[in-house]
Design a protein around this ligand. Structure first.
Ligand code: SAH
Length: 464
């Protein structure tokens, strides 16, 4: 190990910063966050650095560095563009045994700044020893994605109850188990969901030994339209902690595979006319599993609240007093339109967009057609492949121009995505010729014509 990672307590400690430009400003911000008492020596001071010093009680001297400046500081940072000067500063600091950092010059440093993931009081530091800072930043970005933003709050909860837990459990092992359960179970979930008060109450109950009865919960999670990269951080986190997963046909297998390995997986898929488990049965199953104390993940294509029957599922959960969370997902209209290069709205062509179901009710497609024919509105039909001939002819009959452009996007956002273009007049025939299959989304409106103009952009996203 080239450097030993240590965390430096700088509160109220004198730190010398040589240099007053952009780079110095960046370091000053970090040092100020750690509560350091800053002294800046520079010939020229960035106005924002001056403001920062003013706000944090720091001082500056507008002059060149002088021998002896390093004395009396617990840390010296040289951030000037003058490499000779930087070397002089470093030499003096080292002679005085004061830790020194010279920006972008690892060979002159006795300490280096790591890349940081800040969930204070939880802080993760990553370093490549100054050899590959970009790699360290990439690793940091990865860590950012797996540590929920609310981890800081979770750490604060632990901080607040540390003594109480110590008092309650004299035994180290018991304490460890207590914290392991608390920091990754339902109490942590409450913190992540923003219910700090509820989390505290549960923690207090647990401390008082009143939490014997285990309650499960349900996560209703939107998995997006297909591309696993379109999952949210929250979706992924819950997928990795659920005990059992109920998923349907629309959820890509790569996404289901990202769930916790040992989680039970239950397929409740629904093809348009071939319900393998009725909605009623799914609702009951969610309740039953949660009542067994399980953390149940209901994984849905797109967004659970857009033609996802999420509303019905949570109604049943609420009636049975089962705690639940709903995690939004990217709905297929957003995903497919982006990946196909068709903006759903556009200043000049569409001032509104409407999501409509094309699924017939009792064999009839009874839609408010007159509301769907405005030339400045984009209309997106979900579940409309089977009824596309009716949709197209009804729109024309109600006044939308026969040459209105239409796009049908099959398996949008996946590697198998296909986009079939046409007009209200000919799209039904085209999808027959192309043997388009489900799931497919239909976009009707002038914005579809922009696809050609934006072809370059779409090509950048994915080679269609
Ligand atoms: N809750 C989902 C929609 C469920 S309804 C969402 O927010 O996207 C099912 C319909 O969604 C399908 O019939 C199809 O019209 C559309 N759909 C879902 N995934 C799709 C995909 N990858 N490509 C095209 N259409 C898709």
């Amino acid at each position: 190990m080239e450097y030993l990672p240590l965390f430096h307590q700088l509160r109220e400690q004198p730190v010398l910063l040589i240099g007053g430009g952009e780079v110095a400003l960046r370091k000053a911000r970090l040092l100020a966050q750690a509560g350091a008492r800053l002294r800046v020596v520079t010939l020229k001071l960035h106005p924002e650095l001056e403001k920062l010093l003013e706000q944090t009680g720091g001082v500056y001297q507008l002059r060149g560095w002088q021998a002896g400046d390093c004395q009396g500081h617990v840390l010296v940072v040289a951030a000037t563009e003058n490499s000779m000067l930087n070397a002089e500063v470093a030499a003096e600091a080292k002679a005085l045994h004061v830790p020194v950092n010279v920006v972008d010059t690892p060979e002159l440093c006795s300490v280096i700044f790591p890349a940081i993931v800040d969930r204070s009081p939880l802080v993760v530091a990553v370093s490549s020893g100054g050899h590959a800072p970009v790699l360290a930043r990439l690793v940091r970005a990865k860590i950012e994605t797996v540590l929920p933003a609310a981890y800081g709050k979770l750490a604060r909860l632990a901080q607040k109850y540390r003594q109480a837990v110590k008092k309650r459990f004299g035994d180290l092992q018991q304490r460890r188990v207590f914290w392991e359960e608390t920091l990754q179970g339902p109490i942590a979930e409450q913190v992540f969901a923003g219910n700090f008060g509820q989390a505290e109450q549960m923690l207090q109950d647990k401390l008082a030994g009143e939490a014997a009865q285990v309650t499960g919960e349900v996560y209703l999670v939107g998995a997006g339209p297909g591309d696993p990269d379109l999952l949210t951080f929250k979706a992924l986190r819950l997928m990795q902690q659920a005990d059992v997963v109920l998923y349907d046909r629309l959820v890509a297998s790569e996404i289901v595979d990202m769930c916790r390995r040992d989680a039970d997986r239950i397929y409740v898929g629904k093809a348009a006319s071939n319900h393998s488990l009725s909605q009623e049965k799914i609702n009951q199953k969610l309740v039953a599993l949660a009542q067994e104390g399980k953390r149940v993940l209901r994984l849905k294509g797109g967004d659970p609240f857009i033609f996802g029957r999420g509303g019905e599922e949570i109604e049943e959960l609420a009636q049975n007093g089962i705690p639940f969370q709903v995690v939004p997902g990217i709905t297929s209209a957003s995903g497919c339109s982006s990946y196909a290069g068709i903006p759903l709205t556009h200043r000049d062509y569409a001032q509104s967009v409407r999501f409509v179901t094309g699924h017939p009710k009792d064999g009839n497609l009874d839609l408010p057609w007159s509301e769907l024919v405005s030339t400045t509105q984009t209309v997106v039909f979900y579940m409309g492949l089977g009824t596309l001939p009716v949709i197209a002819s009804q729109l024309v009959r109600n006044g939308r121009a026969a040459e209105t452009p239409v796009a049908v996007i099959e398996r949008g956002t996946t590697a198998q995505q296909r986009v079939i273009l046409g007009t209200l007049d000919d799209i039904a025939k085209r999808i027959m010729d192309e043997q388009v299959e489900s799931p497919s989304l239909i976009i009707v409106g002038e914005v579809v014509a922009l696809k050609e103009r934006l072809a370059w952009f779409a090509g950048q996203q994915r080679n269609l």
